[in-house]
Write a protein that binds this ligand. Sequence first.
Ligand code: DUC
Ligand code: ZN
Ligand code: ZN
Length: 498
Amino acid sequence: MGARYAAYRKMSKYDLKITGGMVANLSETFEADIAVCDGRIVAIGKDLGDAGRVIDASGKYVLPGGIEAHCHIEQESSSGLMTSDDYYSGSVSAAFGGNTCIVPFAAQHRGQTLKSVLELYHGRAGPKSVIDYSFHLILSDPTDDVLHRELPLAIEQGITSFKVYMTYDRLIVDDTQMLDILAVAKKHGALTMIHAENNAMIKWMSDKLVDSGHGAPKYHALSHPRTAESEAINRAIALAGFIDAPILIVHVSTEAGARIIAQARYDGRKVFGETCPQYMFLNAEQMDLPGMHGAKLCCSPPLRDRASQEEIWRCLQNGTFQVYSSDHAPYKFDETGKLHAGPDAEFPKIANGLPGIEMRLPLLFSEGFMKGRITLNHFVALAATNVSKIYGLEHCKGSITEGKDADIAIWDPEEIRTVTAGDIHDNMEYTPYEGMHITGWPVTVIQRGNVVVESNELMVDRGAGEFVRRRTIDCTGMPGRLAPELDPAKNFGVDFNL
Ligand code: DUC
Ligand code: ZN
Ligand code: ZN
């Protein structure tokens, strides 16, 4: 709080008041003022009393600040390539897109201890992030020490989720390792996020395509067959279901994959699903560009066809996906990023990932809520509330409720902008969404009562964000069941340590 506001504060009941806006949470929309003291929401209603600062939100929506739960920031890929965004540019871009919290990945590469990985990422994020943050671990080397000492310690420190890969040579975990990781997650109340694609199918397809002279970027899409995704989702759900561990299948790109998740949820399994804007707003036809430009749209899983876009939208609308994340993985179109293996590299050597942290919510607000595909409350669920519940942030974030952090995004439904890379605050020179007309933008973003973005300006310093300790995972309402072979009453007294 600035000195001027501190002086007002002495005379005022509240630090900040947001007046006249339409407030929305998961299940209610109502007109109210919101009062903030010491970074928390302390009152919601009318005629609340005076405040050191008043923000007039008439004609606007006052929504929980977005929580971006899948983004790669200041992260080395398994081949050693650094994302173009560090924790400053990445968090600034997130804030301009209506977010007040990010949960990027802290990636373990083989041979690294989790302690060293977490120290590295705390050191990267702490001095730079302008909004609050946590990390998911990426586990690529689940040694006994990692599994039984380091991982429980990390969970205790508030890192209650980790991602594993079923593909990529330097990251892949086999089914046995996956079971080991799932068992630790189950025992300690953590969530395992799964990149589900069949490694063999991708390799087989890629080799055939490249060997026959089809190495251009657009063939990347063909090289990751739909069945590679559905096979791996099926297997992941079977492995997790066997020991009744909660999982979240990230970046689902196919209807077939979504159906498997929906069926598992119908069966009471502890399974969550995530999709991303690229599978709703982009398709593989757009990769057919001259030269290497298709590389800008290489991501994994890949873009699919137009019909898939509609199917993914439907699965978002019907609740199959509880999480909607950007999967921001920014690599520039040059030798530091997409073209690190050379100006004519074949698609298997092109860095995977798209930028999109700033566009995630404006895209959904404009094309989802404003066009009547989803309600405002569903928008809030996907922007923040579901993420807060699933990833252990509900105690402090994800809704406009007395006692929670005053993390708020004020959206102007009348603000219309045409997307262009130059207006986006990430450290990239292109956006996959160039030229789109977007209606409705977050115009004021507030973190723990401090204005972060206002009048298109950043209002806070580097490092204003704080690390948030997340709680263990709540699977209430998802009964699940241990496989009968693991039932303590029938398993000959073997301790499976679950
Ligand atoms: N997986 C991700 O989650 N992000 C970018 C690339 C990838 O394979
Ligand atoms: Zn992934
Ligand atoms: Zn990702």
